[in-house]
Design a protein around this ligand. Structure first.
Ligand SMILES: *Cc1c(COP(=O)(O)O)cnc(C)c1O
Length: 746
């Protein structure tokens, strides 16, 4: 890396008459040129992270920070009359949907920062996840043409393209490399599909609708496309560098499968070794067992992929054959281990016409990991209980993390500076130094209050500009920002906020500290209930914000197009992070960690990493409510009737507001459908299967308690700062060190 050269060239840069986009491309190109100087060749063992998503967000500021020239760039541009913030106009690269994709991005950042060789493989989607807009309160999806402003951080590698073969078509996988800057430079390689109009469809959009056979086949093509390109080049590269002694392959390579999407890579690996390199099947399978590792991200059945045999046979007949062979091999192994028929069937890779990709991953992978302590326990006790019994050493926990470079240094320069002044700046390179903040003094608390206020004002100004909603800066800020899903229970927050509203209006809660609830979430385009929840919250916001009787006490805003760049502002300016998923269903959560590190207290359930957060920062410094996993399983076995839990007037009123004409769903009937899902259920589920009504009472009481506590600003700020002081564990630097040590052995 050549910082001086960058600074010199930037000083020479003529900015006059140039547009933001031109400047963005020129400065980025300069940074690439200087940043890449002196790149090391890959030696020894490398880890590869295969993921359908990389939610990297905006690269500009982050890369300048990593190269170590962010401040200089700001100063030089400023001396030329250019405000560095103009580049906020540049769109995020939203090549992901939520936590899973953001985790992949955080991992790459941490590995580069720790000088560990971890490289990403994925798809270079032409369009990222859609851009969200609200029209009359409804979500509208617009194409997200993220490359429209140029893509100066990628390098196309034409000479390394590979041909990927399907039964009915051939497709080129053309690599685009994005450097990941840190102590070393790693590589995120995204493949673009080319060759024909049909071929190009493969890398056009993330998660194309899969409710038709055509859609399902397209998804399968995407998964095979990037997995095959990755595995193919790793094997060929090995042969070229070290010859055909494949026994040594696992000494130099380990492949991490991020969820089930890339699991088909296992079959391709065995196919190449047996067909192209003529190894025996048993030998190839054993090599696979020493090469792959698998991360499970959820126990929700819809994310544990199953493929119909007929679909795989249609476009990938050789892969279908290999998977059948693996299945037979697995069955034999299960038998020798002494499994009963039922046990073998639970772990089966193939059953009557269907392939179970999670079972394939668990059978082959050297290690299988969950993403938070509770989640891993659930994997051991239920989802993969049988596998855990017969392969007791496979399952491990690796609690997720977030990169403190983007999620503290970059998004909260004010808090970072306060930390520098309080404990020195070594936390920036060794996050465990943040522990030294424990035992902070009163004057640090005062300074923290000021920092929080500045970040809050910045956030609220931004929201006013973007959304047109004015929010007074003395508000207590609550935020629930994450994908929209029933299990995350944004609907429960909507009910709770309505109850606060009615309470303030009636005078019962008149002494509450003024507060604002910020929501941010995209709904999958075909997920009707999720879209109805967005509309419902927008309707509530409209009513509440325009009620002169209450609007100086309570505001609601649902921000549009929630993404990484929006998250950077929200986590820094928030007081209370809402993490209220049904216990047992949020595998980890990482949003919760970003908030914690920026000094928001968690108001949430005993779920995912919330448990580990309060374990470290103290229950007394956070707000835990609601049913636990144990309580819910007892409730389920006894028979849960949600109607028993909303007899109280307030809860009843909130629920009934879905159907009593308080709010309009534009005649779509979607609010009634939400109401029915809670009260009578549906063909595929019991009423209120996410226990919204069960937890509502304790949720409302907890929110009221938070508001009351906040009136003692200093005591509340101590809770917040205690969260910061205990957040080092949630840096993905810690997570990556654990992967490197006990999974990858790099
Ligand atoms: C961190 C992050 C997520 C994950 O949030 P959870 O609350 O853990 O679900 C989703 N989207 C974006 C843009 C993020 O930055």
């Amino acid at each position: 890396m050549d910082k001086l050269k960058f600074i010199e060239k930037l000083n020479e840069l003529d900015v006059s008459g140039k547009s933001t986009i031109e400047l963005y491309n020129e400065i980025s190109a300069l940074a690439m040129q200087c940043g890449l100087e002196g790149t090391k060749q890959i030696q020894g063992k490398n880890a590869y992270y295969l993921s359908m998503e990389f939610l990297i967000g905006r690269s500009f500021y982050n890369n300048l920070l990593e190269i170590g020239v962010l401040e200089e760039t700001q100063d030089i541009l400023s001396s030329k009359g250019v405000d560095i913030n103009i580049f906020e106009e540049i769109e995020d690269a939203a090549l992901g949907n939520g936590g899973l994709g953001r985790l992949a991005a955080c991992f790459l950042d941490s590995a580069a920062g720790l000088d560990l060789p971890l490289h990403g493989y994925g798809i270079r989607y032409k369009y990222g996840l859609f851009k969200q807009k609200f029209e009359n309160g409804f979500q509208v999806e617009l194409p997200d043409d993220w490359q429209g402003m140029g893509d100066p951080w990628s390098i196309r590698r034409d000479n390394e393209k590979r041909l990927i073969k399907f039964a009915d078509m051939e497709v080129y996988a053309v690599p685009y490399d994005m450097p990941v800057f840190g102590k070393r430079i790693n590589r995120l390689r995204l493949f673009q599909a080319e060759g024909s109009a049909e071929a190009e469809k493969i890398s056009e959009v993330l998660y194309p609708a899969d409710d038709t056979e055509e859609g399902k086949l397209l998804r399968l093509r995407q998964e095979y496309f990037f997995s095959a390109a990755a595995v193919g080049e790793l094997l060929d590269g090995f042969v070229k560098q070290r010859g055909k002694n494949f026994d040594k392959f696992p000494e130099y390579n380990v492949i991490q499968l991020n969820d089930t999407h890339p699991v088909i890579a296992i079959a391709e690996f065995i196919r190449l070794l047996t067909v192209k390199y003529r190894l025996t099947f048993a030998k190839a399978l054993n090599l696979a067992k020493n090469t792959f590792a698998y991360t499970n991200h959820t126990i929700l059945p819809e994310a544990l992929e199953c493929w119909q045999e007929e679909h795989i046979k249609k476009i990938l007949p050789d892969i279908a054959e290999i998977m059948l062979k693996i299945s037979v091999y697995a069955m034999r192994e299960f038998k020798t281990l002494g499994c009963s028929k039922e046990q073998a069937s639970e772990m089966a890779i193939y059953k009557s016409g269907t392939f179970y990709m999670a079972n394939l991953a668990v059978f082959i992978a050297k290690t299988v990991n969950g993403v938070a302590a509770l989640h891993t326990e659930i994997l051991k006790d239920s989802l993969f209980a049988t596998a855990h019994k017969f392969y007791p050493n496979k399952l491990q926990n690796k609690t997720n993390g977030i990169t403190h470079r983007r999620w503290l240094e970059l998004c909260n320069k004010e808090l970072s500076k306060l930390l520098d002044e309080t404990i020195g700046d070594s936390w920036r390179t060794d996050i465990s130094e943040l522990d030294n903040l424990k035992g902070f003094t009163d004057s640090t608390v005062d300074e923290f209050i000021q920092v929080k206020q500045i970040k809050k004002e910045q956030l609220l100004e931004y929201i006013a500009r973007k959304e047109g909603v004015e929010i007074p800066a003395d508000c207590l800020v609550f935020a629930q920002v994450k994908r929209l899903h029933e299990y995350k229970r944004q609907l429960m927050t909507a009910f709770a906020v309505l109850e606060l509203y009615y309470g303030i209006k009636s005078g019962r809660l008149s002494s509450l500290h003024p507060c604002v609830f910020i929501f941010g979430a995209k709904s999958a385009p075909s997920y009707k209930r999720a879209k109805a929840i967005i509309k419902f919250i927008n309707e509530i916001a409209k009513k509440v914000n325009s009620d002169e009787q209450t609007c100086d006490k309570l505001r609601i805003v649902f921000v549009q197009n929630y993404n990484v760049s929006y998250a950077e502002k929200i986590v820094a300016g928030t007081d209370v992070s809402l993490q209220v998923s049904t216990a047992g269903l949020e595998a980890s959560g990482t949003g919760n960690m970003k908030f914690m590190m920026n000094g928001a207290v968690t108001c949430g359930t005993m779920d995912g990493a919330n448990i580990e957060i309060v374990e470290r920062a103290g229950k007394e410094n956070n707000y835990i409510f609601g049913a636990t996993v144990t309580e819910l399983s007892r409730l389920k076995s006894e028979g849960y009737n949600p109607m028993n839990y909303c007899s109280e007037e307030e809860h009843r009123k909130a629920l009934e507001s879905l159907i009593d004409g308080s709010f309009s769903d534009g005649g779509s009937g979607e609010f009634k459908a939400l109401y029915d899902s809670l009260t009578i259920g549906a063909s595929w589920h019991e009423p209120d299967n996410y226990f919204v009504l069960y937890d509502l009472d304790s949720y409302v009481k907890t929110l009221i308690k938070v508001c009351q506590d906040y009136s003692d600003r200093k005591t509340f700020a101590k809770k917040q700062l205690t969260n910061v002081a205990n957040s080092a564990y949630f840096s993905s630097d810690r997570t990556i060190k654990e992967y490197a040590k006990s999974i990858w052995e790099i």
